[in-house]
Design a protein around this ligand. Structure first.
Ligand code: AGP
Length: 617
């Protein structure tokens, strides 16, 4: 949830720390702060809280105060314990002010630790769980421990998934970071005479692409010229640096007013990237080299379970229908936060597919651990390679769309849908369920997807008009059937998330079972009704809503001439084969939410109360 950045080198740390926070702002943005340590034995703390511009206000304060020092830590917060206020912003300091700590995650036993510390005379200045860590580290140092030992010992007392970075005036050149469980990663970056740590590689890329991921239970000590990793007990671990192929430019917003607009517009490219070297247009064959199951292994699967949260769950629901349709394996999809606590029946014949663009979502990782411990074969579809999800899974399917910054997931969803369609086709082929003709048909349809996504994107004007009108409503209903049900769910989620309009995604067949009671002119319905096997049923649903006075916007496919005569507005998307149609239908859902958000004067990149990467339950 929160963003962490730390720098030790020979340059002034403060501007670099603020630069790092700008890139991590998407992880949490209700407060921001830095601590700069200088060689003369002091730590200067600057923090700003409230609003979505805390990093901008912190930056202005830094310009004015110019804290001096070449070592520092920084944090952008998504509040969990204690309201949004400067006293609750990170970094937090120990009693004497000689230690500062930034923290991501939750200290589950913080009340117990806090009581112990309070009893020993320590006064807390925040309501956070994080401050406990600052005091624990400071206490260890007072007892004579060096910073790395102090951090290791403090972490041994902490329960819950946690990542921290600490600085101490006693060893002013050093930063020590540690990770316990899955509370967002710690990535170490090696530059010339400087080392950095960050919760996301994106903050390191302007400085270096030589990176190393810290594992759970490890502690790293960095100075301008050294990097040492140990386990919590101090035993050494080899630091294995790799060269990342990501570039800093990938995160730039370019000519777009928002990252979300940029990421929506990038989808022809990101969909292409998801297929590159996986779909052979000459032979019309589909390959997914990462999905390296043998035919016998594929045949031994008797059930596939798709897990994820939010948009990733919706992409997983889509993947589940593709696997069922093509590979003829019984499938279901489930919210990872439910799955992990349900004691589900899993065994070695179950294929568990986790969908998580960040690879860091706490509930999804916990559900994956459960699946792994049950002996199931574990596949993950991720954007962020090298993250914890990829370390847990037997098979990683990179969706390859490039980092998504906007909090609302867009291009990650469509790239994941494409990747999972490829997986479904491969599974079907390995099990002998995919004829050459069917494979060729899917490969051909896939090859036209980038162009069709481009066409769907060009149809922005009618969407803007409808979006302006939707600003007058407080409730929306999204309806779909079959493969369009996850599209309806996603449309509603996007609208809630960035336009703050209450929206429900429903299976259209549910209408008569209660939901019809809501229909009135106060609540428009958005019906996803492409010309497919469910079209006639959707026509009936649209008629039912209309006859009860509801306004209806229909998303259908090119060539339809029926919906025009029934619905108030019709949005057309290009037609493709049924298994890929949801990818095109989700594009107007994204644009509708985006333009409604803009028309309401909101910032779609930073919706209130949310964060891009949800590393706590
Ligand atoms: C949707 O727009 C959200 N950003 C959210 O629902 C997201 O998809 C969810 O939190 C899962 O994230 P993940 O893909 O990183 O696991």
């Amino acid at each position: 949830m929160c963003g962490i950045f730390g720098y030790t080198g020979h340059e002034q740390a403060a501007p670099l720390l603020v630069g790092g926070l700008r890139l991590l702002e998407y992880r949490g943005y209700d407060s921001a702060g830095i601590a700069v340590t200088n060689g003369s034995g002091s730590i200067s703390l600057t923090r700003r809280a409230g609003g979505t511009d805390s990093v901008a206000r912190l930056s202005a304060a830094i310009d004015e105060l110019s804290p001096h020092g070449s070592v520092g830590i920084a944090h952008t917060r998504w509040a969990t314990h204690g309201k949004v206020a400067e006293r609750n912003s990170h970094p937090h300091v120990g009693r004497s002010g000689n230690v500062a700590v930034v923290h991501n995650g939750i200290v589950e036993n913080y009340l117990e630790l806090k009581t112990g510390l309070t009893d020993s005379g320590i006064t807390f200045s925040s309501e956070t769980d994080s401050e406990v860590i600052a005091h624990l580290v400071a206490h260890e140092i007072e007892q004579g421990a060096d910073l790395a030992t102090a951090v290791g010992n403090a972490m041994k007392l902490v329960e819950g998934a946690t990542a921290i970075v600490a600085t101490s005036t006693a060893e002013p050149e050093k930063l020590v970071a540690a990770r316990l469980g899955n509370a967002g990663g710690i990535v170490i970056g090696a530059a010339e005479h400087a080392y950095m740590v960050a919760s996301d590689i994106i903050a390191l890329l302007p400085h270096t692409n030589r990176i190393c991921y810290l594992e759970s239970g490890q502690v790293v000590t960095i100075t301008p010229d050294s990097c040492q990793i140990t386990r919590l007990n101090g035993s050494p671990v080899l630091a294995e640096f790799i060269t990342s192929s990501r570039s800093a430019d990938m995160a730039a917003r370019g000519r777009y007013p928002h990252f979300m607009a940029k990421e929506i517009a990038e989808q022809p490219d990101s969909v292409t990237a998801a297929m590159r070297q996986r779909v052979d247009l000459a032979t019309r064959k589909i390959d997914l080299p990462e999905f390296d199951l043998s035919p016998a292994e594929a045949l031994s699967i008797n059930r596939a379970v798709f897990i994820g949260m939010g948009t990733s769950l919706h992409a997983g629901m889509n993947g589940a229908s593709s696997v069922e349709a093509l590979a003829r394996i019984p499938t279901y999809s489930e919210n990872a936060s439910e799955f992990r606590y349900r004691n589900p029946v899993l065994d070695e014949h179950t294929l568990v597919v986790s969908v998580t663009q960040s690879g860091e979502t706490a509930d999804t990782l916990a559900a994956m651990e459960l699946a792994r411990d049950s002996g199931s074969r574990l596949v993950t579809a991720v954007e962020a390679e090298g993250t914890q999800a990829t370390r847990l899974a037997n098979v990683t399917l990179p969706v390859r769309c490039g980092q998504e910054i906007g909090v609302a997931a867009t291009k990650t969803m469509t790239a994941t849908m494409i990747t999972l369609t490829l997986m479904a086709a491969r599974l079907a082929a390995l099990r002998g369920n995919l004829s050459e003709e069917d494979e060729a048909e899917i490969a051909t349809a896939l090859s036209s997807m980038p162009a069709l996504v481009g066409t769907a994107l060009e149809r922005e004007d009618p969407i803007k008009k409808i979006a302006a009108d939707l600003t007058n409503y407080h409730h929306l209903l999204y309806l779909g059937r079959g493969a369009q049900f996850p599209v309806a769910m996603e449309g509603a989620l996007k609208m809630k998330e960035i336009a703050y309009i209450h929206a429900e995604g429903y299976a259209a067949g549910e209408m008569k079972h209660g939901v019809n009671a809501l229909i009135s002119e106060e609540m428009p319905t958005i019906a996803i009704a492409p010309r497919d096997a469910m079209f006639e049923k959707m026509v009936s649903n649209v008629n039912e809503v209309k006859s009860r006075g509801g306004r209806v916007i229909v998303v259908t496919t090119d060539g339809d001439d029926i919906m025009e005569s029934i619905a108030d507005d019709v949005l057309y998307v290009p037609q493709t084969i049924p298994i890929l149609q949801p990818v095109l239908n989700v594009i107007p859902m994204q644009m509708l939410a985006y333009h409604t958000s803009i028309a309401l004067g909101m910032d779609p990149d930073k919706p209130r109360n949310l964060a891009k990467t949800v590393t706590v339950e």
